[in-house]
Design a protein around this ligand. Structure first.
Ligand code: TRP
Length: 458
């Protein structure tokens, strides 16, 4: 175990786990899903899911990881036998696929950062057209996502302390600072308060099954749950740390960034009189309009900062996504970390190629046949979303039926002597035994039905 290393401090782990959680999911996906799902109504559902359903799963994952001290596969198989190990493998594969498309979107953000700061993006007449051509133009994309993967691999190859922890300690505070400055600016825009109202005053009749599915998948994705990422990070946490407290801080830090991202974006969107329902292109099409209106110099500075923020957020997440299979191979096969990292980075980069080609270049990837019925990027991302909620449900079943909940308790007492008599313990028991598995299982089935238009339930 000596060789694996550990996070040096509580704050090191919290920043790394919060860095994993805070990502494109918060700043790119959360605002566009909120925009499509009625703004405040979505925010409400999302927050309920984060604190009610996701928090217990988060605690469970970290406890499993710290107790076993291994990678996702190793932890499940150590505590539950080889059969449960497959759940770890399933999660590791999901993580590999998430990173394959995530890295491509991160590459777009990286490209936009360069094009706005140093290029002439703000001089473009039509940002919608520009974005369409941009994601289609493989020559640029290839380099930007390759660049992003290389930076990720460089950090991960330096190990947990010098790489993962050190990078997060710099980037997370930078990210919060940029975000706050951008919010202050956006609140000064004309019509900003219409955006604030859309975002903060819920219209309860906006809540429907779509809001609930999107809220759930977003909450899971956003906290990096359900695929063993936190088992992996948890395996590097010292026994004196209070897991419950750390998990609470991580959840708040993550929800806070999503909340703040909306607070920054909706005033901007409304100040431009643009519809918030634009979808995945929201930050790439709508925001450049806002930046252009600021004038050439300010636009460059603020627009550049925004996309730099997006890159930082994405990078702390890609690091965690690459760490999961890396820890797996290092723990199981005892290969040298550096080699493993570069090999995996190359493999995942190649797996990301279909995502790049699916934005128009190759029509077959742009519209997959039959029930799949969407482009490759959406397909992979939908499959990953489903695997996260299914993974979370199975994790609860694992804790209750295999590992046994008193073993989880025994792990949580380390660093938290008052735990045994706390209300939190009762709460976690009820949630992990009943509420989480039932709701996650049921909702996963409904989501699968909806995604593939099977029509079993609708
Ligand atoms: N949570 C990150 C985001 O919101 C993405 C992410 C990183 C992730 N690691 C993960 C998602 C593990 C699911 C599982 O952008």
């Amino acid at each position: 175990m000596e060789l694996r290393g550990n996070f040096t401090s509580r704050i090191g782990f919290i920043l790394a786990a919060a860095g994993s959680a805070v990502g494109l999911g918060n700043i790119w996906r959360f605002p566009y899903l909120a925009g499509q799902n009625g703004g405040a109504a979505f925010l409400l559902i999302y927050l309920i899911f984060i604190f009610l359903l996701c928090f217990p799963v988060l605690v469970g994952e970290i406890a499993i990881g710290r107790s076993a001290g291994r990678d996702a596969y190793g932890s499940y198989s150590l505590l539950g036998g080889k059969r449960w190990g497959y759940l770890g493998i399933f999660g590791i594969l999901a993580g590999i696929f998430i990173l394959s498309f995530y890295n491509v979107v991160a590459g777009w953000a990286f490209g936009y950062f360069l094009e706005i700061s140093f290029g002439n993006l703000l001089g473009e007449p039509d940002f919608g057209k520009f974005f369409g051509n941009y994601v289609n133009d493989i020559s640029d994309n290839l380099w930007f996502s390759l660049g992003f993967m290389v930076i990720t691999a460089l950090i991960v190859s330096r190990g947990i302390q010098k790489g993962v922890e050190a990078a997060n300690k710099i980037m997370m505070p930078a990210l919060y600072t940029i975000l706050i400055l951008l919010i202050l600016y956006s609140l000064t825009l004309p019509n900003a308060w219409a955006g604030v109202r859309f975002y903060l005053v819920p219209e309860l009749n906006e809540i429907n099954s779509q809001t609930i599915y999107d809220g759930l998948k977003q909450a899971f994705f956003s906290l990096s749950l359900g695929m063993g990422c936190l088992i992996t990070y948890g395996s590097y946490v010292g026994k004196t740390q209070n897991i419950i407290k750390s998990a609470a801080i991580i959840s708040v830090a993550d929800a806070m960034v999503a909340f703040l991202a909306g607070f920054m974006i909706f005033p901007m969107v409304f100040s431009q009189n643009i519809s918030p329902t634009e979808g995945p292109a929201l930050v790439f099409i709508v925001l450049p309009d806002v930046f252009r209106d600021m004038g050439p110099l300010l636009g460059r500075i603020i627009g550049g900062s925004f996309f730099l923020l997006l890159c930082f957020a994405a990078l702390t997440s890609t690091i965690s996504l690459l760490e999961v299979p890396t820890t797996y191979v290092v723990d199981q096969l005892k290969f040298r970390r550096t080699r493993v990292v570069w090999f995996l980075a190359l493999l995942i980069f190649i797996l990301g190629l279909p995502t790049m080609f699916s934005q128009g270049m190759i029509p077959a990837l742009n519209k997959l046949p039959f029930y799949l019925n969407r482009d490759w990027l959406s397909f992979v991302s939908d499959m990953c979303d489903i695997s996260l909620t299914v993974g979370g449900c199975l994790m609860c079943i694992f804790i209750v039926r295999q590992w046994k909940i008193h073993n989880m308790d025994a792990e949580l007492v380390n660093g938290n002597p008052g735990y045994m008599n706390s209300f939190m313990r009762k709460y976690l028991h009820v949630m992990i035994t009943w509420v989480c598995p039932v709701l996650l299982g049921g909702l996963s089935v409904l989501i699968i039905d909806r995604y593939f238009g099977l029509g079993v339930f609708f």
